[in-house]
Design a protein around this ligand. Structure first.
Ligand SMILES: Cc1cc2nc3c(=O)[nH]c(=O)nc-3n(C[C@H](O)[C@H](O)[C@H](O)COP(=O)(O)OP(=O)(O)OC[C@H]3O[C@@H](n4cnc5c(N)ncnc54)[C@H](O)[C@@H]3O)c2cc1C
Length: 437
């Protein structure tokens, strides 16, 4: 029986252990808790939800719902248990967190192919088949073990996420493409603001409510990376002299000379979603929506990822990992969970499942599964491996990651068509994914 080591009994590591045990591997799952706790975990249970007890929407026409549907098709332990331990939460999959983690722990403890070791892993033996799923607070561990893999700024210790907007939801009559100081370059979408609009925006940003910040996130800021509200608080003109400076940009005909400019940049090859440059923030999600939609060009903006600033260890996947989630320079060692650059409970679970499936194929000498971009799994992998930005920020699932549909169709119909297309591809992938079980 082939032996596989998994480090970390969080959402990703537990899912990976379950999937490999099912495929006949002898799995050794290391979990450091309760010997050593992280700053976020409170129990010794596997698959603990460190914060909210919501796994987001269950609706199939919502990208989060579609992702859960896909995971259920592949027999995900975590998502299966989430549905088993569901409590009232409207359209969201809200779970009884204690029962959820307790049952997952019991299933893993009873699984004959899994040995659970409550030990802190220091050094990894890179010659052994290993999945590293040590979570977003394991930056030092990754640095100590994989300095040669992540050299050259390929390991991040925190995220500084600016809100990301679905391109098609922007009012293009109030914005124009162009780059500062470069003629005929369309790298940025510029939203020009008048003096009145700018002053109103600065006031709103300054007064917006901030989310609760964890103790361990409080020391994150440094001059090069301040939340937009902190910059605004330093003076009414600070934003206008910094990231919103109105210089170097040629306004096309029909636009007045701007007093300030908001810039957005493409985040994927297709340009289906754009990131608000320099707007990393700790405002609550409700306030972000209110502030963003107060800008005329963004009054109908669909925000597909909200801004945030957290301690969060992750790698630049496209430089460090192969598409099957193994390290480029240690093909026996796979990464899973938040450390891959995926964001969120369900997305972390997905990468655990993918790492396990791809490791199984690698050990058997089979080529990796190429996930279709029309499915949530493939759409997320596509972002991790083929994004065009150099400063990659963690990503959760959203329809902006899927290939756009041709023609002009309404939002509801577009979603329905995307779901239909995804289901077809999921069915096809399922056959390949479950063939060895
Ligand atoms: C404070 C905080 C709040 C979050 N809130 C949410 C939220 O509300 N909703 C959401 O969708 N996402 C949230 N996330 C993001 C993310 O989805 C979760 O962190 C998720 O738990 C990540 O899953 P994971 O399996 O990658 O890591 P984890 O679930 O953190 O699992 C990693 C495991 O590895 C163990 N480990 C680490 N190092 C070692 C070692 N050397 N030896 C042995 N074991 C080790 C840890 O003890 C831990 O059990 C939050 C993240 C943080 C940090």
């Amino acid at each position: 029986m082939n032996e596989v080591i998994i480090v970390g009994g969080g959402l990703a590591g537990t899912e990976a252990a379950y999937q490999l045990a099912k495929r006949g591997y002898s799995v050794i799952l290391y979990e450091q808790r309760p010997k050593k706790m992280t700053e976020a975990h409170k129990t010794d249970m596997l698959g603990e939800l460190v914060c909210s007890n919501s796994l987001k929407s269950m609706e199939i026409t919502n990208a989060h719902g579609l992702l859960k549907y896909e995971l259920l098709q592949y027999d995900s332990l975590i998502i299966g248990q989430a549905y088993q331990n569901r409590i009232a939460g409207g359209k969201a999959l809200v779970v009884d967190r204690k029962k959820f983690s307790r049952l997952i722990t019991e299933i893993i403890e009873k699984e004959k192919n899994i040995t659970l070791k409550r030990e802190i892993v220091g050094q990894i033996d890179k010659n052994k088949s290993t999945i590293v799923a040590t979570g977003p607070l394991s930056g030092e561990f990754l640095e100590n073990n994989f300095a040669d893999s992540v050299k050259g700024n390929n390991l991040y210790f925190y995220d500084a996420i600016s809100p990301t907007i679905l391109t098609e939801s922007i009012d293009f009559t109030r914005a124009f493409w162009g780059s500062r100081y470069i003629e005929d370059d369309n790298a940025y979408l510029n939203i020009p603001l008048s003096k009145e609009e700018y002053n109103k925006l600065v006031e709103m940003i300054k007064n917006a409510e901030k989310a609760n910040v964890h103790e361990f996130d409080k020391e994150l800021f440094f001059e090069g990376c301040l939340p937009v509200e902190e910059i605004a608080r330093r003076g009414d003109n600070t934003l206008r002299f910094g990231l919103m400076k109105p210089v170097g940009i040629k306004s096309p005909e029909g636009f007045e000379k701007p007093y300030a400019v908001i810039q957005l940049r493409r985040e994927n090859r297709e340009g289906t979603f754009l990131n608000m440059v320099g707007f990393q923030t700790q405002m609550t999600y409700t306030e972000q929506k209110r502030v963003i939609r107060s800008i005329a060009a963004l009054r109908n903006a669909e925000i597909i990822r909200y801004g945030s600033m957290h301690r969060n260890a992750y790698v630049k996947a496209k430089n460090v990992l192969s598409y099957n989630l193994s390290l480029k320079n240690y093909p026996n060692v796979f990464f899973a969970g938040q450390i891959t650059g995926a964001e969120g409970y369900v997305e972390s679970t997905l990468t655990g499942l993918i790492a396990a499936i791809q490791m199984d194929r690698y050990i058997k000498g089979k080529p990796p599964i190429e996930f279709s971009q029309n499915t949530p799994s493939g759409a997320l992998l596509n972002y991790l491996f083929f994004n065009v930005t150099d400063n990659i920020q963690p990503m959760n699932i959203n329809f902006g990651l899927f290939p756009p549909l041709e023609g002009k169709i309404g939002k509801k119909e577009r979603r329905e068509q995307m779901v239909k297309r995804a289901k077809w591809w999921i069915e096809k992938q399922k056959a390949e994914i479950t063939e060895n079980i």
